[in-house]
Design a protein around this ligand. Structure first.
Ligand SMILES: Cc1ncc(COP(=O)(O)O)c(C=O)c1O
Length: 358
């Protein structure tokens, strides 16, 4: 099987569309409210812009990002990417040896391997609820020139404890190491101060990566961005990019979606409510040993007496796609991940799982 298919969620094609059937996809973690109305309502003006090349310097897009994130200082540099994945990839390309906190998004490892970068893993331990092991990370950073980790982390939804992380920040700043913080899911926390954007004003060792992919339910327009106050890092990344790497749909959509307060607020309320209900329902399923606390819009589940492959197959037969976790570095076949979707879909998942007898 093509490796990318096993490494990622969201493959509704192989077993779904290409076989003429619709799957209910719990494997990709996309905002269940769907594409913002503000995007759909302005699609005509966005479409009309497609006749021109985008602004080579993407000035308006960057201003929209600054306004959305209230980045007032002129020290912030913004780098735009074809999804968060492009910025993750190019940030990693600057390193020689990286510490990757795992389990985590598989592209960290894939990109590092692509550039022949040595990898040192810092394992999040099951017996410690998959919290980051800050002391271990710090120890490993003595012989790495960079670190990448998620905030919140995929697949468990864990968030960085800022107090425990402080020694790592100080060490990296003093020793010119790069910290790449992937905040692709941060907006779902509803707590802007969980982000490291403020810290990056003082700490040049930081690059924070965001995307419209997950929170604004727009994986198809491929738009992510990196923020740093380290102009050398920003320039090194930009020098590896193609001109016009961002398409018009992504460029122009920002001016609508970032101002859509109603969508932003209702997403946070809705996802939190559905996450609690889904967690409650999943905790009643006999073969689910544990549902981990998550700050994202997805849940990591520990299975009992059944494998991720068996659950995957049973769900697939009934038209539901879940994310097997056996291929995550640092996990095994006893874990799956499910997205938090709308109430009706979540109920469908729970009743399907109740029907699986082992
Ligand atoms: C933690 C994390 N970061 C980044 C990405 C990639 O985001 P994008 O689609 O914007 O490239 C994903 C996608 O699954 C992810 O889970």
């Amino acid at each position: 099987m093509d490796k990318t298919i096993r490494d990622h969620g969201g493959d509704i094609y192989t077993e779904g569309q290409l076989r003429g059937r619709e799957l209910l996809d719990f494997s990709a973690n996309i905002n269940p409210l769907g594409i913002p109305k503000s995007f759909k309502e302005n699609i005509k003006s966005i479409l009309e812009s497609a006749v021109n090349y985008p602004d080579l310097k993407y000035r308006e897009a960057k201003e929209n990002i600054k306004a959305y994130l209230a980045l007032e200082s002129s020290k912030y540099e913004i780098i735009l990417g074809n999804g968060a994945a492009e910025i993750i990839d190019l940030s990693l390309s600057l390193l020689k040896k990286v510490c990757i906190a795992v389990p985590s998004f598989g592209e960290y490892r894939t990109s590092a391997l692509k550039y022949d970068i040595d990898i040192e893993y810092s394992y999040l331990k099951e017996e410690e609820e998959f919290h980051y092991d800050y002391e271990d990370i710090l120890r490993k950073l003595h012989h790495c020139d960079g670190l990448i980790l998620g905030n919140p982390n995929n697949p468990n939804g864990g968030i960085i404890d800022k107090k425990a992380f402080q020694p790592i920040l100080d060490f990296c700043e003093e020793n010119s190491k790069l910290i790449i913080i992937d905040e692709a899911f941060i907006e779902f926390t509803g707590e802007p101060n969980r982000s490291f954007l403020q810290e990056s004003l003082q700490y040049q060792c930081l690059i924070v990566i965001r995307a419209v992919t997950k929170f604004f339910a727009l994986p198809g327009i491929r738009f992510g961005y990196g923020i740093t106050t380290n102009s050398k890092v920003a320039e090194s990344i930009r020098s590896k990019q193609l001109p016009w790497n961002i398409n018009t749909f992504a460029e122009v959509s920002l001016k609508y979606i970032f101002k859509d307060k109603e969508y932003i607020e209702s997403t946070i309320r809705y996802v939190n409510k559905q996450k609690s209900l889904l967690t409650e329902g999943l905790r009643k399923i006999p073969f689910i040993e544990k549902v981990y606390e998550s700050s994202g819009n997805f849940l990591l589940l520990k299975l009992k007496d059944i494998t991720d492959e068996e659950i995957f197959e049973s769900c697939l037969q009934r038209g539901i796609l879940v994310r097997r976790c056996g291929n995550y570095e640092g996990l095994n076949h006893s874990f799956i991940r499910v997205a938090v979707k709308d109430r009706k879909s979540n109920d469908t998942l729970i009743s399907l799982l109740k029907d699986i007898h082992i």
